[in-house]
Design a protein around this ligand. Structure first.
Ligand code: URA
Length: 444
């Protein structure tokens, strides 16, 4: 059945409910190029302002998913599990947990995105390894899962193509931070990649798209409901993104930190989060009885060297030059590495993820416009973290950039991201809650 697009836009503008058929028509017409950007923009803004109910959100996911094909990995034995984060600063967890879980015999077909706004993207991080290819064909995608139990790829043209177009439009029409639109976008991509189960890391705080804990729980609930309605067991963690994950922000710097963690070193928050999410993936795959048992297996995969070997294996299989993984120093550094010295003394009571994310973009680690390239070597290496005591003159962080930037401006940026106190601030839990089909519970 055909509809008048203007009637559908008007319906949502007036806060009425669209049927599944109406949403499918709108989304498919847009994916086929039969609907102009201005009409889709008007619909997106109406949906942003008035919201979509649960049924409409599920219909939107269905419509975006059926705009392309759903990969069939059913011939590959075992439960295929992926993890997805709603985006953060210094969030390199996928690079660590995907090889951990795959090294324990669970298949991980992982489709990731690029950096968006102030947040980093797994694809940009992987591409900072010279030679690493994320743009692979569907045939190669399946082959990698069959042979290595792991693939780290970008969205192909076949996977939820409507999302690809709608996402680009949302980015330039101020309609990104909408729970139903984010949920439809994430879940259509995840369901297209052929998974059986999914772990989600839903972030809140200054460096996340959801600024409050309440909004993150609302998003997590929508994501879990959609996953379960597609019969894909889904577990969501609610985690804080007030301060960056780990010590590295920026593509190659984050690969270095991931190698460190996979070799049994690296910052404790990064190890903690990646083994926790790995534990949940192993639980969903049915290889362990509890998340805690999964965490123990994940830690063993690191200490035995299995996880790092799996990382090397997938880097090589996707064209990456292993010499840079085995001798990371050979990759070199950006032209400028500016240490920023503290002009204060005291405890760091706030280290703002959003401001450090935008600073890393300024240094070249992210995109200021969609068509820009990222600089693989640019970014920030933190020398001090939230809660640390700092003496005047100590190095707070080192800024890596190939651009000739005004150092005074960079210093002001760094100082504005930090708040000081005479004592440590009350520690906040990194992971506050878990949400699954049984409901929401505090994580301790
Ligand atoms: N990540 C996505 O894939 N889509 C969104 O809308 C936001 C974050």
């Amino acid at each position: 059945m055909d509809y008048q697009i203007v009637d559908l836009i008007r319906k949502k503008r007036d806060n009425n409910t669209l049927s599944g058929n109406e949403i499918r028509y709108l989304v498919h017409q847009y994916a086929k190029g039969c609907l102009p950007d201005y009409q889709m923009s008007a619909f997106l803004m109406a949906a942003f302002l008035n919201g979509l109910n649960d049924e409409e959100s599920t219909s939107l996911t269905h419509a975006m998913l059926s705009s392309g094909s759903v990969l069939d990995l059913s011939h590959i034995p075992g439960v295929k599990v992926d993890k997805h984060s709603t985006g953060g600063v210094g969030d390199k967890l996928s690079l660590i947990l995907a090889p951990i879980v795959a090294s324990l015999g669970v298949r991980v077909p992982m489709v990731s995105g690029r950096g968006l706004g102030h947040t980093g993207g797994t694809l940009d991080k992987l591409e900072s390894i010279p030679g690493f290819r994320v743009d692979i064909s569907l045939k190669k995608y399946v082959e990698l899962v069959e042979k290595h139990g792991l693939v780290l790829a970008g969205q192909t043209n076949e996977m939820a193509p409507a999302d690809k177009k709608m996402y680009a439009l949302r980015d330039v029409t101020a309609t990104v931070e909408s729970i139903p639109l984010i949920a439809g976008s994430i879940m259509s991509k995840k369901l297209a990649e052929g998974i059986d189960a999914l772990v989600l890391d839903v972030k809140y705080g200054s460096g996340a798209f959801m600024k409050t804990h309440t909004r993150a729980i609302e998003l997590a609930q929508t994501l879990v409901d959609i996953g379960e309605s597609f019969k894909k067991p889904t577990i969501a963690f609610i985690s804080s993104m007030e301060t960056p994950t780990g010590l590295a922000i920026g593509n190659w710097l984050e690969v270095l930190e991931s190698i460190d963690v996979l070799q049994g070193n690296g910052p404790s928050d990064t190890l903690h989060q990646s083994t926790l999410l790995s534990g949940a993936m192993l639980l969903l795959a049915g290889t362990v009885p509890t998340i805690e048992a999964g965490i123990i297996e994940a830690k063993k995969a690191i200490s035995s060297g299995k996880a790092f070997q799996k990382f090397r294996e997938i880097v090589q299989a996707q064209g990456g030059d292993l010499s840079y993984i085995d001798r990371p120093d050979s990759r070199g550094t950006a032209k400028h590495c500016y240490p920023i010295l503290s002009s204060n003394q005291g405890y760091i009571t706030r280290l703002d993820a959003y401001l450090l994310g935008t600073l890393s973009v300024r240094l070249g680690a992210g995109r200021q416009q969609k068509e820009h390239d990222v600089d693989p070597l640019a970014g920030i290496r933190l020398e001090k973290k939230l809660g640390d005591y700092v003496q005047k003159g100590e190095t707070l962080m080192t800024l890596h950039t190939n651009k000739d930037l005004d150092l005074d401006e960079l210093e002001r940026w760094v100082f504005s991201s930090i708040q000081w106190g005479a004592s440590q601030a009350e520690p906040q839990p990194l992971i506050s809650h878990i949400l699954d089909k049984n409901g929401l519970r505090a994580y301790s």
